[in-house]
Design a protein around this ligand. Sequence first.
Ligand SMILES: O=C[C@H](O)COP(=O)(O)O
Length: 254
Amino acid sequence: MTATRPRPLIAGNWKMNGLLKGVGELEAIASGIAGGGAGHAETLICPPFTLIARFAAAAAGQHIKIGAQDCHAKPSGAHTGDISAEMLKDCGASYVIVGHSERRTDHGETDADVKAKAEAAQRAGIIGIICIGETRAERESGKALEVVDVQLAGSLPPGATGANVVIAYEPVWAIGTGLTPTTGDIKEVHDFIRAKLIAALGEEGHNVRILYGGSCKPSNAAELMGVDNVDGALVGGASLKAADFLGIAAAYRG
Ligand SMILES: O=C[C@H](O)COP(=O)(O)O
């Protein structure tokens, strides 16, 4: 029996980019999506914290969701400078990226930290996008699957379902470099992640979306999104311009 494919997701991660005037790009994206620009795919923009509430207001009633790039594991308390998943939900976010490699590197986040943040997202009723992926050295030494296995096992929260978790496979060496793995290498990793999700979650493992991230752009999106078990993309640089984001979403126009 062939499992039903989950609805794809094209997610934009604006990282530490974007001022209030960026709402114009968001509106241009929303307008393109309203015109059928993403086919049957769901679309999401994750701006910096400062823009979430404004973007959520602009996206109200549109076919585009707004998310965040990180959250604290606790719901509230004495954690200066941090933002909880509950606060994100309160200002209109429905997704949060957790464990991006830039946070694992810049802030020393461990798999246990990432798991706690994914659990916080579940608690708050928003969807956690858990990022995993190997470095160049790890790939070159043949350890990509081993690294992904350890990160996934350590970051996946109990009670994960297709409704509360998304996995993003982002090879660190492909982020912002213009480099991408071969489609064969992407298929190998995504098939591996799918098998691990099914082993951990049973049939529910079929429902968890597995995004590819790393130098995704309009010119390679259709090829990358056509790989087995690739259920969408986590897009960095190319999500900052409406034309590029819509060019990627067009992979699902049918
Ligand atoms: O979260 C997004 C990824 O880090 C990919 O970034 P990129 O599309 O600029 O390579």
